[in-house]
Design a protein around this ligand. Sequence first.
Ligand SMILES: [Zn+2]
Ligand SMILES: [Zn+2]
Length: 312
Amino acid sequence: MMDAIQDAWNGLNGWLFEAAVQPALYALGLMAWAEDAFDWMDFFMFGLLQVAIVYAICRPLEAWKPVERWGDRRRVRVDILYTMLARLGILPLIAFIAFSAMESRLAGLVADSGWVPPTLETLVPALREYPLLALLTYIVVMDFGEYWRHRFQHTFGWWWALHSIHHAQTQMTFWTDDRNHVLDDVIGALWFGGLALLIGVPPGQFPLVVIVLRLAESLSHANIRLSFGAVGERLLVSPRFHRLHHGQGRDLANKNFAVLLPIWDWIFGTADFRRDYFPPTGDGSPADAPVHGGWLRQQMVGLRRLGAALTR
Ligand SMILES: [Zn+2]
Ligand SMILES: [Zn+2]
């Protein structure tokens, strides 16, 4: 059964690669990247599958137990566009190509100097024998990195200028996960890819780490009146936990920065485990503010805010 699914998946990807990707690479003179492109198309297709899975899980939950009901879902639609742009893997693809090019050059330099950079697996050799343990360790370390990236987005004025676009959404749904300024996406990809290289996440495990964190993030933004209970709330980020971070009102945005594991908020004193609290979301900007316009307008607002923060 699993073999049949695997075969069908490989068959579909192989066909798509030969029909569309390979001719494009050939035309662009990028055939040297063919192998990487094939690996990444697999991931790209998995991204599509991911959107389908997230939709299949979150959409019925949102219909069943929504925090808010809206007649007009216009503001949700722009977040769907954000998701399509981000999840089709354009940014991760650019980051991956840039990094693997840089890495091979760095690897050459390092090999010449005779120095072996430490990775988690060289520090803890046991990880090599237990791939599942290694994967879990990478997820925990990457999640720790994401906690601090998110915290810095709220700490530095210039970074908040970009991240404020994410927080402006008043109709928050599982699509809101990807509502980010493009520049913020680029910085995020560099941050994530840089940390992954630093700790030596193997390329085969990298997509899995991305998928686990992204699934957690989508669910945490969903418009669902759902908390994981006294214990569960402390183990995994729930829709209640992250909604509080998006809540309108003083200081809520300085709480609950975690993406997957609330333990970081717990350790660093930013956790708010208040039960059954589902505040309205957004930054309080009026309904006709440009930040509620289309994708392009929101991107321009982000750039303007960035310029103001940098020249202040
Ligand atoms: Zn935030
Ligand atoms: Zn968020």
